[in-house]
Design a protein around this ligand. Structure first.
Ligand SMILES: Cc1ncc(COP(=O)(O)O)c(C=O)c1O
Length: 390
C-alpha cells in the first residue's frame, strides 16, 4: 500500500469517544441506533412545540429506514434534491421551510463535508431546528470546525463508522426544553456480543483467505424498501452496555488515520478519475504539483462515493464483487418514485461506494484499484454499453 500513501497528515495521540464527545457544546445520549435518536428528537420537538401538520425538510436521497421513521413520528417529509457533488442548495431548502416546519435535516454524505454555517443562519432566522446528520462521520472537521458542532443537535452512527451491529449517539446542543429520551428498553449485550464475534470472525477469515469469503460476505444485498400500506412503528432503545464500553475503548484517531490512508490509496491508485469520478472531491482533496492527491486535514471518510459512467454502475459493482470486494450503492430506493429530483435519480443509478473501513486490508484495496484500472466503459451515443477489460 505504501506506493501511493503520501501526505496522509496523521492525527497523533489517542482520542476515545468520551473524550471526543466532550469537545461538543451539549450532552450526549446513547441509543440503539442513530435513527432511534432521530425519531426521539422529532417526537420531542412536536411535544414541546406542537404543529398541526409538522414537517421536516429532508434530502430525498436517504435510506428508506429514515423515511419510515419520519412517517412513524407523524411528520410529512418535504424533500430537497441532492446534487452530484453532495452539497446543499440553500435557496431550495429555504423555499421549503414553512410555518409547519419543525426541523431541517442535513447530511455529510459518506463523510464528504458540507459547510453548514450558512444553513444555520437560515434555520435560526426561521426559528426551526437544524439536525446535523453525522451518521457517516466521526472525529472529522471541515474548515477547522468539528463536523457535528453546527446543528442544534447531531446524530452519530457509531455502528456505521466502527463497523458494529448497532449503536448511535445524539448530541443535543440547544436544550430549549428539558429533553428526556423516550428510550426505555436497552439493546441486550449478549445479542450484540454474538453479532460482534461473528462479524470479526468473518472479516478475519476473509482477510486471511485473500478476499475469498466462505461466508458470502461479498454478496450484493437486497435494496431498501418503503411500504406505505404498513403502519410504521418504532421502538426506541438505549445502547447496550457491551458496545457502550467497546466504542469508548476504540481510538478514534487511529480509525480516522486508517480510513484516510486507505482512501488516499484508492484516490491515487485509480487512473481514470473521469470515468470513476469521486464525488465532492474539491471539498476534501487537493492535487499536488507532483500529480498526486493529498487530503484536507480533518477529512474522515466513511467510504469513497464515486459516480460511475451512465448505465455502467451495476456491472462495475458486479465486477468488484466477483473479484471479492463488496461495494454498496448508497440507497437505490431513493427518491422513492417521487418525480422532479434529477440529482437523486442520477445517484440512484450511478453512485458506487468504494469501502475504506478498518477491515479492508491491502489485498482488498489492490483488488479495487486493479479492477477499476482494468475496466473501460465503451460509450456509445452518451450511453455506456459495456464494460471491457483494458
Ligand atoms: C445518512 C444516514 N443517516 C442516518 C442513518 C441512521 O443510522 P443508524 O443505522 O445508526 O440508525 C443512516 C443509516 O443508514 C444513514 O445512512
Amino acid at each position: 500500500m505504501k506506493e501511493h500513501s503520501i501526505n496522509t497528515k496523521k492525527t497523533v495521540g489517542k482520542n476515545s469517544l468520551n473524550q471526543y464527545l466532550r469537545q461538543f457544546e451539549g450532552r450526549p445520549y446513547f441509543y440503539g441506533n442513530a435513527s432511534h435518536a432521530f425519531y426521539d428528537i422529532m417526537m420531542w420537538l412536536q411535544k414541546n412545540r406542537p404543529k398541526k401538520k409538522p414537517n421536516i425538510v429532508m434530502p430525498v436521497y436517504i435510506p428508506a429506514k429514515l423515511y419510515r421513521f419520519i412517517l412513524a413520528a407523524g411528520y410529512e417529509p418535504k424533500f430537497y434534491d441532492v446534487p452530484e457533488d453532495l452539497n446543499i442548495n440553500l435557496e431550495e431548502i429555504s423555499g421549503l421551510i414553512d410555518d409547519q416546519t419543525q426541523a431541517v435535516f442535513a447530511v455529510h454524505f459518506f463523510g464528504v463535508p458540507v459547510d453548514l454555517q450558512p444553513l444555520k443562519s437560515i434555520t435560526e432566522s426561521a426559528g426551526v431546528y437544524l439536525i446535523e446528520d453525522c451518521a457517516h462521520s466521526l472525529n472529522a472537521s471541515y474548515k477547522g470546525r468539528q463536523l457535528g458542532s453546527t446543528g442544534d443537535c447531531t446524530l452519530f452512527s457509531t455502528r456505521k463508522m466502527l463497523q458494529l451491529h448497532c449503536g448511535g449517539v445524539l448530541v443535543l446542543k440547544t436544550e430549549l426544553w428539558d429533553f428526556k429520551p423516550s428510550r426505555s428498553e436497552r439493546v441486550r449485550s449478549p445479542f450484540t456480543m454474538v453479532h460482534f464475534a461473528g462479524s470479526r470472525v468473518k472479516y478475519t477469515v476473509n482477510n486471511w483467505m485473500k478476499a475469498y469469503s466462505p461466508f458470502k460476505q461479498s454478496e450484493i444485498p437486497y435494496d431498501g424498501y418503503i411500504d406505505f400500506s404498513e403502519e410504521h412503528i418504532v421502538r426506541v432503545k438505549k445502547m447496550d452496555f457491551f458496545f457502550r464500553w467497546y466504542i469508548n475503548s476504540q481510538d478514534l484517531n487511529k480509525m480516522a488515520n486508517e480510513r484516510r490512508e486507505k482512501f488516499l490509496y484508492l484516490l491515487n491508485g485509480i487512473h481514470d478519475l473521469d470515468q470513476f469520478h469521486p464525488m465532492g472531491m474539491e471539498r476534501y482533496a487537493k492535487r499536488e504539483e507532483t500529480g498526486q492527491y493529498s487530503l484536507h486535514s480533518g477529512f474522515v471518510p466513511f467510504s469513497m462515493p464515486i459516480l460511475t459512467p451512465e448505465g455502467a454502475r451495476d456491472q462495475v459493482q458486479q465486477a468488484l464483487c466477483d473479484a471479492g470486494v463488496l461495494c454498496f450503492v448508497g440507497w437505490p430506493e431513493a427518491p422513492f418514485g417521487l418525480k422532479g429530483f434529477n440529482g437523486a435519480e442520477m445517484l440512484k443509478d450511478r453512485l458506487l461506494e468504494l469501502p475504506v473501513h478498518q477491515f479492508m486490508d491491502d489485498h482488498h484495496l489492490k483488488i479495487i484499484v486493479d479492477c477499476l484500472n482494468s475496466l473501460r466503459v465503451q460509450v456509445k451515443e452518451n450511453k455506456s454499453e459495456t464494460l471491457v477489460s483494458a
